[in-house]
Design a protein around this ligand. Structure first.
Ligand SMILES: Cc1cc2nc3c(=O)[nH]c(=O)nc-3n(C[C@H](O)[C@H](O)[C@H](O)COP(=O)(O)OP(=O)(O)OC[C@H]3O[C@@H](n4cnc5c(N)ncnc54)[C@H](O)[C@@H]3O)c2cc1C
Length: 387
């Protein structure tokens, strides 16, 4: 058992931390408030190779795994820049295409994903299906060699800054009536694909959208993989990287909030010469949050190590637990930090309340805490499925 990063991973962590600090939370908030994207940070991270750490070297990536990508997600978040698109583009889309795409799809998409010049977002959630992906209603129908896609998706992040969206549909002729998913790489400017921006109470430079697919015509090679049989494994391939990297983002955000609060409480004095942090009523909640964040980080490392070792089923359990733990820890850390800062905690200047919406959403998306508890109850505790 080894709890240490390798020297290369340590270097990556230091380098990403330096990049994140160069931009910082002020940059992130200013971009969000201006309705702009973090184009400069994304571009620089791409040029430095951080967005492609998990992509094979033959496609211009770093040849690492989800452990390395989780380091990138955590360190940028720990610098106050939690970038959700890291989770959808390099974690989900690049993994799915690398593992289940055709050679042609790998060549077309992986180099751009590796250097950040291409973004592919991910669309699975639908208004009627919600957490129940077996009810997906987006249908793919064959028309000659082409595919026609129709349906609706909701809460899809980053469509306005991506060239493609990886759409999860179901094939119309699924004889059993069971979900037979098929994944399609759809250009965001495809005819018949329209979007409307959702107003979200999250301060973020990344936006969520409703997507409408109205007979979107796609060539045969838009289907991920050589045949329809690639659909289910391709969909599952994206889930573990998604949970692990979103957990890493949560852990980084928690670290950021605790660091801000600790700096403040160590120096703020309102009762004579003692800092407010010397009062256990202030320090213990912060210490408790720090323990929760560190526990989540342990589970993230375990999940990423299992995933990178090809132990997918075990990584599924650890990845879900990591996502749950980090989601709760991040929400606790930010809320506790706000409280510890008092009034300053609610100002934009101190940069912690600015994360309240994001960490709250982290307990819902990409998989809710309840659905993870269902998973653990069923697959770890052997309980009957209740739904
Ligand atoms: C900021 C943000 C970004 C997102 N980005 C994307 C994206 O890029 N792509 C994408 O496809 N989706 C995205 N989503 C959607 C997200 O994955 C869903 O919101 C999430 O899966 C929950 O689905 P739902 O909102 O339909 O909730 P519902 O399924 O309607 O559930 C509502 C509540 O009921 C609970 N619940 C439902 N069923 C059960 C059950 N059986 N047992 C116990 N509790 C249950 C849920 O846990 C939840 O608390 C995003 C969402 C947010 C908030």
């Amino acid at each position: 058992m080894n709890f240490d990063l390798t020297p290369e991973q340590d270097q990556l962590r230091d380098a990403v931390r330096a990049l994140g600090r160069k931009y910082g939370h002020g940059y992130f908030v200013a971009k969000a408030k201006a309705g702009e994207h973090t184009t400069e940070l994304w571009g620089e991270a791409g040029r430095l190779g951080y967005l492609g750490v998990n992509i094979p070297t033959e496609y211009g990536g770093g040849g690492g795994g989800i452990t390395e990508l989780a380091i990138v997600c955590e360190e940028l978040a720990a610098a106050g820049c939690p970038l959700l698109l890291l989770v959808v583009s390099p974690a989900i889309a690049a993994t799915v295409i690398n593992k289940h795409g055709t050679d042609e799809q790998r060549k077309r998409h992986l180099p751009g994903l590796a250097d950040g010049t291409q973004k592919i977002v991910f669309a699975i959630t639908e208004p009627e299906a919600g957490s129940n992906f077996h009810r997906l209603g987006t249908v793919a129908r064959r028309d000659g060699d082409d595919w026609l896609l129709s349906g609706r998706k909701c809460y899809i992040s980053g469509v306005d800054e991506a060239q493609y969206v990886l759409v999860v549909a179901r094939t119309e002729d699924a004889a059993t009536g069971k979900l037979k998913p098929a994944l399609f790489i759809v250009p965001t400017d495809a005819l018949g694909l329209t979007r409307s921006k959702l107003d979200m109470e999250i301060l973020s430079p990344e936006n969520q959208f409703l997507l409408y697919l109205d007979e979107v015509r796609l060539p045969a090679d838009a289907l991920v993989g050589e045949s329809l049989d690639a659909g289910l494994p391709a969909l599952f391939a994206g889930l573990n990287p998604e949970r692990i990297t979103v957990a890493a983002m949560g852990a980084g955000t928690g670290r950021y909030a605790i660091e801000r609060a600790s700096e403040y409480t160590a120096t703020r004095k309102v009762w004579g010469g003692r800092s407010i942090g010397s009062h256990q009523g202030v320090a213990h909640p912060l210490a408790h949050a720090a323990v929760q964040v560190e526990l989540a980080r342990l589970m993230i490392h375990k999940a990423a190590a299992r995933y990178d070792a090809g132990r997918d089923l075990e990584a599924g359990v650890s990845g879900n637990m990591a996502k749950y733990a980090a989601g709760e820890a991040a929400a606790l850390a930010v809320d506790t930090a706000v409280q510890a800062l008092g009034g300053a905690g609610m100002t934009t200047e101190y940069g912690v309340a600015t994360l309240l919406g994001a960490v709250r959403a982290g307990r819902i998306a990409p998989v809710s805490r309840e659905m993870i508890l269902n998973f653990v109850a069923q697959h770890v505790l052997g309980q009957d499925k209740s739904y």
